[in-house]
Design a binder for this molecule. Sequence first.
Ligand code: PXL
Length: 281
Amino acid sequence: MQYQRILSVQDISCVGQCSLTVALPILSVCGLETAVLPTAVLSTHTGGSFAGSGYTFRDLSDDIPAICAHWKREQIRFSAVCTGYLGSPRQVEDVLTLMSDLLLPGGARIVDPAMADGGRLYAGLPEALVPAMARLAFSADVILPNLTEAALLTGLPYRPVCDEQYARELTDALLERGAKTIVLTGVRRDDRTTGVAVRTPDALQIYTHERVERVCHGTGDIFTAAFTGAYLRGQDAFSAARLAADFTLECIRKTMDDPAHWYGVKFELALPWLMKRLGES
Ligand code: PXL
């Protein structure tokens, strides 16, 4: 594998095992040099009991253009840009600009439109983020929406249970709007299983695996980081999605015995598993 430098663009939630604090270690384990562009610094993430708890939020939007201009002057370039939680339409515009300025020719644009779950936008995010995120998503090479985000990006109704038919409807609508490769998470055919659908114009493939009965924060970010690592190491999208789903499940398993650990998953304990699986592929 060629050594690659990639850029992860999302917030730092200082406590909460999500966004940059999970992406950086996971991408490093995957053998990728990972630069970061923090979009905001929060004391915690905004999910679960943290919503309405008085978390701090320092918006770093004013710093982003100057950071990117410095990199541009220094001819720092990236073989991929991977984005997650963004706080405003303005940040989305800045990400579109940095992708055209700082990506190497042929560089990958990987977008997790991390803005919603369970049928609702995350606490504190403006409605105007949705059309902005749609512009970013439909310019990307790979997008990784959950069901809520896919529904918001297409305007189709959100349904919490996703059979193959609904996965096809959502991904058809995403393809029509310009998506290229779609990795749709939360594809749940029954109560015991869940899975991930990988859709290209040519095919729809679904990987189904055991469903663990536990609400887990940050698992979308963990899935996206593991997918990105495996994909940039040369795995095809379906193999990378399968590996990322297995890794995410492993992270949840490592947390199951500790109900007090509600705000994230103990992904650190599963990093050796990830390294081993990557070594085998
Ligand atoms: O895990 C997604 C995420 C990332 N960043 C922040 C969040 C969330 C989800 O709630 O609040 C700040």
